[in-house]
Design a protein around this ligand. Structure first.
Ligand code: NAP
Length: 296
């Protein structure tokens, strides 16, 4: 079997188009221009690339982009003061503080300081609690939503009864993606570094979501034939010359021979993350303005 390739780039482009259409409608009908503030502390090269891409795509969708670049030695108090300012700014509907933060800053304290209504990353405890309660008003982390949208497309919007294995239990990916799949009535197993016999668990799964951060850990012979594989991992390996080579958490060439469908790295989950961030910002803006959002 050769797996179908799940084209995250195309899915993300389609989602960005829907977002742009909705933004144009909101501006026309309600004089509402959704605004996203992205805060970057320090000069981590990968974070700089993410922040640049987020700003560009926000503007392309017709939204307002507010970028705040702070020095690596910024104090926690100064960052909290900026977050408070953004919480009070009516032109800002979404706030994203790029993680990781430098060691002098307590990430959880910063996340808790963000107005939950503007928490478009979905990391505030009120939003994670709302997601766990199945509350449709939760703002849900972007990468997990991206995974879910790709899966819904594969299963014609009906995931009920599928055996799903989530490898990884982080607050950013593993736990929220497991919550979303549970809401879709999948039978969900969450694996982590202490899980016994991961290959055996994998062989039972109709859906495998790998969010580990270990290059090509999931092998082809771990998979059930026909399984749908969502590879969240982004691992940089030394490539030709200066250029890093990106690989996922799944051994793509092997997995492709066994799976029914698989996301590539790059070009799978990655592009969906920013598109879902734009979507969350529009949803948040509509709620703050008290107008109905027409995004599905
Ligand atoms: P993380 O916080 O480091 O969590 C990794 C998880 O993998 C942990 O739960 C860990 O278990 C588990 N794990 C580690 N070794 C394992 C093993 N041998 N077997 C089974 N589980 C194992 O990472 P993350 O933030 O969730 O990110 C995961 C990957 O996704 C990274 O490559 C990251 O770059 C990528 N990512 C991509 C996007 C995107 O937009 N595509 C977004 C976010 C993250 P323990 O809890 O027991 O330690």
């Amino acid at each position: 079997m050769t797996a179908a390739i799940i084209d995250g780039k195309a899915a993300a482009a389609a989602l960005r188009e829907q977002v742009a259409t909705e933004v144009a409608r909101l501006r026309e009908a309600h004089d509402l221009q959704p605004g996203l503030a992205v805060v970057l502390v320090g000069e981590d090269p990968a974070s700089q690339v993410y922040v640049r891409n987020k700003g560009r795509q926000t503007v392309e969708a017709g939204m307002l982009s507010h970028a705040h670049r702070l020095a690596v030695d910024t104090s926690e108090a100064d960052l909290l003061a900026l977050v408070a300012e953004l919480n009070d700014d009516p032109t800002v509907h979404g706030i994203l503080v790029q993680l990781p933060l430098p060691p002098q800053i307590d990430e959880q304290r910063v996340i808790r300081a963000i107005d939950p209504a503007k928490d478009v990353d979905g990391f505030h405890p009120l939003n994670t609690g709302a997601l766990a309660n199945g509350d449709p008003d939760a703002l849900v982390p972007c990468t997990p939503v991206g995974c879910l949208l790709l899966l819904r497309e594969q299963f014609d919007n009906d995931l009920a009864g599928q055996d799903a294995l989530v490898i990884g239990r982080s607050n950013i990916v593993g736990k929220p993606v497991a919550q979303l799949l549970l809401q879709e009535s999948c039978t969900v197993t969450i694996a982590h570094s202490r899980t016994r016999d991961l290959p055996a668990l994998c062989r039972h799964a109709d859906i495998v979501i790998a969010a580990v951060g270990r290059p090509e850990m999931v092998r082809g012979d771990w998979l059930k034939p026909g399984a749908v594989v969502i590879d969240v991992g982004i691992n940089r390996l030394p490539g030709e010359g200066e250029k890093a080579r990106l690989v996922g958490d799944v051994a793509f060439a092997e997995a492709r021979e066994v799976a029914g469908a698989i996301t590539p790295v790059p070009g799978g989950v990655g592009p969906m993350t920013i598109a879902c961030l734009l979507r969350n910002t529009v949803v948040a803006a509509c709620r703050q303005a008290g107008v109905a959002c027409q995004l599905g």
